[in-house]
Design a protein around this ligand. Structure first.
Ligand code: AMP
Length: 154
């Protein structure tokens, strides 16, 4: 029984398999899009964040609904005509495909954000949101429970 539990604990889902389930599509914008345009993009896609892509297809920043609320609350509605590059976060924390759900949970909780872009060979290769992390974690717990039940029944 202890051996089964220990084996299961080492099986944290990695980012690569999460992307295989959810897909690799990421909504991106250029740094010169206005905040109003980006707000419309977030709304159209029903998402909370876009990745801002700069020179040579590199990640230049991330802009989320939190940034939109902050910009409007601090500067008023006139801010909506400004470029997204003026309100995005440029120090973007990224992850690699080999990293695990547990590592991403730690990163999101320590940094207090809900989105992590995935990078491969210096290029954007997907995005993981807090919702994806929760789904993956629930799947892990359900699989562990099934294995435990099967073991007890045998
Ligand atoms: P969120 O909870 O993802 O809406 O983001 C909250 C704040 O953290 C916003 O200012 C975002 O621009 C910023 N943020 C979101 N994701 C990241 C990330 N991966 N690295 C750094 N900052 C981020």
């Amino acid at each position: 029984m202890r051996q089964v539990a220990e084996e299961e604990n080492t099986m944290s889902t990695n980012v690569k398999s999460m992307l295989e389930t959810k897909g690799r599509e990421v909504v991106t914008v250029s740094p010169d899009r206005s905040l109003l345009e980006v707000a419309q993009i977030l709304n159209d896609h029903k998402i909370g964040a876009v990745i801002v892509i700069g020179m040579e297809d590199r990640i230049a920043g991330i802009f989320t609904e939190r940034d939109l609320v902050r910009a409007v609350a601090s500067e008023g509605a006139g801010v909506l005509t400004q470029h997204v590059k003026t309100a995005m976060t440029t120090a973007v924390q990224r992850c690699r495909e080999e990293q695990t759900v547990d590592e991403l949970m730690g990163m999101m909780s320590a940094g207090r954000f809900r989105h992590v872009p995935v990078e491969k060979d210096g290029k954007l290769a997907g995005i993981i949101s807090i919702g994806d992390v929760v789904k993956a974690r629930i799947r892990e717990v359900e699989t562990e429970a099934d294995h435990m039940k099967a073991y007890i029944a045998s």
